[in-house]
Design a protein around this ligand. Structure first.
Ligand SMILES: C[S@@+](CC[C@H](N)C(=O)[O-])C[C@H]1O[C@@H](n2cnc3c(N)ncnc32)[C@H](O)[C@@H]1O
Length: 291
């Protein structure tokens, strides 16, 4: 059995609150993260292979902001002799991480810690590898958190920061009867979300160096999902439904009407009927060594 440790540094627990970027944490986000890994998860293989090259035998790995646990599982599978501490401010997410570990027969390798990275670094074992995937841009002061991660690593330890280069894309270049190209509509929606700082992050290299790290690798991985149409359709629906909740005062009435027709349960334009969905995404990893 994994030991489950619940910890906050200020004694408060957070459940399903919106973060400062306006993304809500809940079952929808967790399912979205898991679908993303199923469909676009080649980056998990590539980035954990890079981790093996750079730190072959880590004893303790911390997955900082573990979400639904896709990174925790990939790390535990890649590093069979390591112990993975999954850290998140959401108890729901940690529950999902433990469930994912259990489904993959990895329970004995995984411990969860409920902690807010905006508070002081939790009292956990010093790590040989810290993995922060799509989480650093969510904390209030990323440079402060990088400093805490630096202190939380053993000398020679590695921090791997991973971010999506943009939001995942689903729609094709198909043109609707009114002349709207779906991929162009998707690009307009993403541009509006970028204005709202969704997935907002800089190139982390300079910040990592200011925190004392040597950035030893920076790689980008592009993925085109080759999942079943059903999975692609589920992920597209989950993601576009999340986008829709943010779009009311932002998108034009015409774009909103198309988005609604995509999200309708049936109809020729609905996601359920489409055969042209193709999930695409790309991520960058920064691998930074503590001297
Ligand atoms: C977008 S998800 C990414 C999850 C996972 N790493 C992945 O790549 O699928 C970001 C996760 O970071 C967590 N998170 C955000 N801010 C945090 C903070 N201040 N302290 C701890 N966890 C945080 C969220 O609860 C969420 O589970």
């Amino acid at each position: 059995m994994a030991s489950v440790e619940y910890m906050t540094t200020h004694g408060h627990h957070q459940h399903g609150h919106d973060n400062h970027n306006g993304h809500s944490h809940g079952a929808g986000l967790a399912e979205s993260l898991t679908l993303d890994a199923l469909i676009l998860g080649t980056y998990l293989e590539q980035a954990t292979a890079l981790a093996v090259e750079l730190t072959p035998t880590p004893g303790v790995i911390i997955d900082a902001g573990s979400g639904s646990g896709v990174g925790t599982v990939a790390l535990a599978q890649r590093f069979e002799n390591a112990h993975i501490i999954a850290l998140d401010k959401s108890a729901d997410m940690l529950g999902q991480t433990l469930e994912a570990a259990s489904k993959n027969g990895l329970t004995g390798q995984v411990t969860t810690v409920l902690a807010d990275l905006d508070d002081a670094w939790p009292e956990v074992a010093a790590a040989d590898l810290i993995w922060a995937s799509s989480s650093l841009h969510e904390v209030a002061d990323p440079e402060r958190s990088m400093g805490e991660m630096f202190a939380g690593l053993n000398a020679g330890g590695l921090l791997m920061v991973i971010e999506m280069d943009g939001l995942p894309c689903f729609l094709s270049a198909a043109t609707l009867a009114d002349g709207t190209e779906l991929a162009a509509l998707e690009a307009r929606l993403h541009a509006a979300l970028a204005q709202m700082r969704w997935n907002h992050h800089p190139d982390w290299r300079a910040g990592l160096e200011r925190a004392g790290f040597d950035v030893v690798e920076q790689r980008s991985y592009t993925a085109v999902g080759n999942s079943t149409p059903d999975l692609a359709s589920r992920y597209a629906r989950m993601f576009l439904e999340r986008i829709r909740t943010a779009m009311d005062d932002v998108a034009t009435a015409a774009d909103l009407a198309i988005l609604d027709s995509l999200l309708a349960s049936d109809g020729p334009e609905s996601l359920a009927s489409r055969t042209d969905l193709q999930v695409r995404g790309s991520r960058t990893v920064w691998a930074a060594r503590k001297p």
